[in-house]
Design a protein around this ligand. Sequence first.
Ligand code: SF4
Length: 459
Amino acid sequence: MAKKCDILYIHSGRNPKTSESTKYGVVPMGIISILNQIRDTGVNVIGINLALEFSIDPQFDLESVFKDIEYKILMTDLHWYEHSFGALYIVEQSKNFHPNIPTVIGGYTSTIYGNEIAENFPCVDYIVTGDSDLPMAMLTDYLLGRNDIKITSIPNLIRRQNDTIITSEEKWVQTTLEDLDCVRTDFFEHSEQLPFLCTGGGFRKSGAQWICVARGCLYNCAYCCGAKDNMNALFRRCNVIKRSPEKLAGDFYALAQKGIRVSPSHDFQMFGKDYYKELFARIRETGAKPGLYLECFQLPTKDFIDEISITFDNKNTILEISPISGNEQLRNENGKHFSNNDLYETVKYILAKKIYIQLYYTVNVVGETEAQFMDTYFQIKYLHLAFKLRDIFYQRIVLDPLAGMRKWDNFKSSYNTFMDYYNYCLIPQAEDDPHTGFDDGCAVPIEKKLKLYNSIFGK
Ligand code: SF4
């Protein structure tokens, strides 16, 4: 008997048609909480994570999803630009099999490029932009014929009416995240395997799950779409909204009970000492000792590290720090504001607490001179030799659609439209991939840098 649901939600990997079908399987936290909120009103949802399905079975048949499941609405996320092709491919496939079933997309990328997507992809019926919690719930009601919702009353919506694209005049902005539930994922097929899915495909031994701490950021890293200055463009507001320590502690407890390490969306230190002290105290009160994967937005303080070490399972805790460059000026220009000496002191302190560290450097920092590259080379070498660190990553970045560095003098970008990102997703990724969407103007070629960095680790 065919499975039935009201909403079929599908998360795409990078490219469902190639071996990159297993890449980037992490489902955005936002859509999980939106779907949970809708489910709680009696709507039945089936979630398919294509990256997970292809990781379990490389022969997975996507067509069978559309043939074997009876659904009334097709929903997919277009949050990270890496899913630009995948998300649209899913929508196209759904329309091929079921031309009359409405298709809905939402997320950062579809917020930025909503009109262009609507113009180029007639298979997309509805694009929900900005904060989508309320608009997505209203649109679901409208499409299911519930609660007497009128299409014209739905905010943050781009839709097609015959050949005309209509953008709703009503704007809606989220003001509280208290009741978001991004913990329950039981509506996914093979949900028990979701926490074990690796970003690059395949599975890891221990589970991890992202939870929403806040929306927005107080920093302005030059390469980041989610930076403070972009908040108005994305959410039509200028503040950060965050969840209370009480609610967050509940999420930590729930995931710790399942042995799942928690990956918070935000660095708690950004919200001040009072905030993280209360949160960590509440987590300790639950009696749980969760694992933690924390991306530190700047450098963690000693007090913050002390608090982490007494709250979390240190053997299952990773602090990730992004110095970006060994050169302080370049680091500062790119949005990370700490000195090399402070970095070394912090690394020493974290290691003394027996907590794991990961460090991230950028291979293609804009305008890097040969001397600045050598600063990074010697820093990585020093950290490896002096502290025995192995988890030091040096990666190329791809240009974010709203990256602040686009405004820099003489900055040359080649990815400027949605179609640029869509076509980018059709190119298989490689370590020394030149497809980054911008001219980095670096004095030393990427291949040479990678060779030198690799030599530090005997690769
Ligand atoms: S990269 Fe920088 S701007 Fe972006 S979310 Fe992290 S701290 Fe904020």
